[in-house]
Design a protein around this ligand. Structure first.
Ligand SMILES: [Zn+2]
Ligand SMILES: [Zn+2]
Length: 314
């Protein structure tokens, strides 16, 4: 399908309201999307996706919002009815009458396929265009610019190589690639070393920073955010003892063999049962009471690649 045909398809399927919204957001500085922005949910303002929590749903009044916001509207109905009160016109729609907006979902899939071709993939990244586009979606803004600041295969595999390349940058996406699995973690802070190089620095991100894990390929039908505890551990340059060199949130460690680890690609990871989103098709643990997902295919593994991307502005 050519871009022109796809655009015609989108126009027929989406209707005037959406196109006006797209045109308005494009003219307001939609960024790297080549003049086309992705329509956003009228409630949460997140970009729509063709599937999952961010797929558009239509109410009886004709207005749409994402699946997650429909659930929220029903949960917060002022009189406790199983109904969604439209955030735009206040009309109520009974829960059983809320429908997926199939036409808009198909249009979204076509639009995202075109839009994906318009983003600037960072120079030197290990991510495919599709993986990179998925990461931008999870970050919540396809106009963000990311920079590949560290790759184990390019910059060296020691902890010192990682620290040298990352420096004092903040807002970091750690990407771990193992076989067909691509996953990792985002931290809004940087890697803060302890004052004593033989010690640890552990910081709690409940207040001043944000931590979440993600999958870009191999675990879910689409790129998916995974909740995590809000803490980061960073070992001093001369630290020896337990654990790895960098721990990001719950049970995700880089550099776990030898202290300081000879190789940052030596990883350890598992996800707690209650944090695994629906639709997971990757490897599960033998003891599902504690742990339910092994994103790298086993608890401990040597990654094929570790990359750190610096998440810049728009
Ligand atoms: Zn929404
Ligand atoms: Zn409405």
């Amino acid at each position: 399908m050519t871009a022109d045909l796809s655009a015609g398809f989108i126009i027929r399927r989406m209707g005037l309201g959406c196109l006006i919204a797209m045109a308005a957001s494009s003219s307001a500085g939609g960024g790297g999307g080549g003049g086309v922005s992705v329509p956003k949910c009228s409630v949460c303002k997140d970009e729509y996706q063709s599937d999952g929590d961010k797929a558009p749903h239509v109410l009886r009044c004709g207005h749409s919002c994402c699946a997650a916001c429909v659930r929220g509207l029903i949960r917060t109905h002022p009189h406790g009815r199983r109904a969604a009160k439209c955030a735009i016109c206040r009309a109520a729609t009974a829960e059983i009458d809320v429908r997926p907006n199939h036409g808009m979902r198909e249009a979204m899939a076509a639009l995202l396929a075109i839009h994906m071709q318009t983003v600037d993939v960072p120079q030197g990244t290990s991510l495919t265009r599709q993986e990179y586009y998925g990461l931008l979606g999870l970050l919540g803004d396809h106009t963000m610019k990311l920079q590949s600041v560290y790759r184990a295969s390019r910059d060296g595999t020691t902890y010192a190589d990682l620290l040298r390349c990352v420096g004092d940058k903040q807002r970091l996406a750690f990407v771990i690639r193992k076989d067909n699995y691509v996953f990792g973690a985002f931290i809004s802070a940087g890697l803060k070393l302890p004052d004593d190089p033989t010690d640890w620095h552990e910081y709690d991100c409940d207040y001043d920073c944000d931590v979440w894990h993600f999958s870009l390929a191999g675990h879910f039908p689409q790129p998916t955010k995974i909740e995590s505890g809000q803490y980061v551990w960073v070992a001093g340059r001369e630290k020896s003892g337990l654990g790895g060199n960098v721990g990001i949130g719950d049970n995700m460690w880089l550099g776990v063999s030898g202290r300081p680890a000879a190789d940052i690609r030596s990883c350890f990871q598992y996800t707690y049962s209650h944090q695994v989103p629906a639709g997971y098709v990757g490897v599960r643990c033998t003891d599902p009471a504690q742990c339910s997902a092994l994103l790298g295919g086993s608890y401990q593994f040597c990654a094929d690649e570790i990359e750190v991307l610096h998440v810049g502005g728009t």
